[in-house]
Design a protein around this ligand. Sequence first.
Ligand code: ADP
Ligand code: MG
Ligand code: ZN
Length: 695
Amino acid sequence: MTTPPNSENLLTLLRSVFGFAGFRASQEAVCRAAVSGRDLLLVMPTGAGKSLCYQLPALARGGTALVISPLIALMEDQSAKLASLGLRVARIHSGMDRSSSRQACVDYLNGDLQFLFIAPERLRVPGFAEMLAKRPPALIAIDEAHCISQWGHDFRPDYRTLGEWLPLLRGASPNQERRTDAAPVLALTATATPTVQADIVAQLGMVSPAKFIHGFRRDNLAVEVVEVSVPRRAGIVCNLLKDPSLRPAIVYTQSRKQAESLAEELSRVTRAAAYHAGLDAETRERVQRAFQAGELEAVVATVAFGMGIDKSDIRTVIHAGLPSTLEGYYQEIGRAGRDAQASRTILMHSYADRKTHDFLMERDYPPADHLARVYSQLGEEPRAVEELRATSRLSEADFDKAFEKLQIHGGVRIDIAGNATAGGPGWKKTYDAQAQFRREQLEKVHRYVEGNECRMAALVRHFGDEEDAGHTCGRCDVCDPASALLRVFRRASVEERRQAQEVIEALRPVTYKTIRQLMGDLTWAERMGRDSFEVLLMAMQRAGLIASEEAVFEADGRVIPYRKLSLTETGFDTRITTPLPLLLDDGLVEEYAEPKRAAKQKARAKDAAQPKQKAAPIELTAEAETLATRLKEWRAAEAKQLRVPAFFVMPDRTLRAVAAARPANPRQLMEIDGIGPAKAEKFGEAILELCAKPG
Ligand code: ADP
Ligand code: MG
Ligand code: ZN
């Protein structure tokens, strides 16, 4: 063993070997735990610098580190980087010729290597693990450890059996007590919810691992979630991306077809192209490169896009439909603002997206009885897959899907000749569990978009960082509604404030009430209907007056969810006599609702029986020009404060129309084209004040 770790010699190593000036957040603590020989689970987002967390401890501990990695490309990349630092590295995977693999083994056994990378399936090669065990590694790192978990897409059966080999590789037989100097196991991943984390720890037989789950918070992202019906989305995306400050941008769609058509539409606004797995490799490569080089300003893509993308100045990531997992969504929005500059992410969803989710669920998880049907055809006698397919009475696609799932879950074994025999009957249990997990994932996405909690806090909590989840971000549509691009909030009216006070009084004497009970108490609530009443309750919740807690009760064997509403301390002390800044969700800001606006224009054009034409610029008198200048100054200040581009506050055309009309009261203001109730509510007072000034 080398000298015990202290921060000083770790830092020296960091600088002299890796050439980094200092540790990134959490790296040092992780490294120290690893050097001391503790097993550990590290969950940090992509790009956070996880590799260093096994590489530096490996060097500090001396000996050879064994690194297990699921992808040849990852292995090649990592080992090339280490070799370029002058370290002694070898790798063994199926993409290499025999003699280099043999040489790697010889070097390993001679103790000449600092790092040996292997693919997990290597361990299936008879004698390979035993060979490694002749000279136990000083540290075992398992990269992309989520592949171990049967929960999730990247599940790799070969990762699943890793746990069986670890005792041997750590230098202990399976039944032996773990030696104190045995190699620590480090599991690293960017994507593991608490369920997956527990699965990794159990599967690898990790011994009271230290857990580091950090870095999911992104301070420079303003996350927005807004309900928009499907037909309006394309127009809104185009309108948004007209603004150069929102580009470069990635727009995610749910299907290849949508990606193509939206890319075409968007091309009229900016340099845009589609990207999806249905395009040939050359086109994909070209699009990616052009985007990277700044020749394209927007890529409209399916989730196939983004893996290898290394572009730090992406300003906006838009989801033009509901993503299917929060992990995927987080990865996708995480591509915005790598340069730490303020960036935006917008997710548009509506009830219709659930249909898409149902479709995905059906596509990815065929009925278990399809699997059962294929399974029943299998026996000990090997049978050709084509023959099974022909006699299965399932369509070709259904058979292939069922067969693939059976294989993943061990219900079918394929021999070297490609023939199938029956596997274990346990497939049904894991298959059902995985399908259930998938359903829950979709449910979590639904809860996220409907939630009323700080978006960033909700995401951080999703990844299991409970501690950090206590902090709100101050930037998302929930924390800072005034800065939201699409969601619009308005101040409550006198009447609504009175109603809010009545809700407070109804809650004051009790610990909690359900929405139903409240509606029973308040006759006007019954009249306004549950949806509108919930809007008011949400506004009260945002203002910190009431709290809501999810609860369930059981009746007739069914579990029924409900919400408990209670007063917060602030709410308890509040008498809404003074105008309370209660913000109500009022839907979409008008200037982005292209289809609606186009329809209005069309109707107007028809009324006037005129051909559609571009509106002429608004002529201003000298006096009006002065006012326009003042309005522009105000707009710039407002935009800066709200952290939005100027035209979000008010487009030029509207601004000039205001200057020309010089409204004297709210009614006149509202008559101006481009000033809707939301704008008037938000800015009316300030605008009227400017207009009232002489000059
Ligand atoms: P992850 O595996 O978490 O996705 P990597 O380990 O590949 O991330 O690291 C991402 C990048 O960050 C790499 O280019 C790496 O060299 C760099 N990096 C890691 N740690 C530091 C550090 N302390 N200082 C500067 N750069 C770092
Ligand atoms: Mg990595
Ligand atoms: Zn927030």
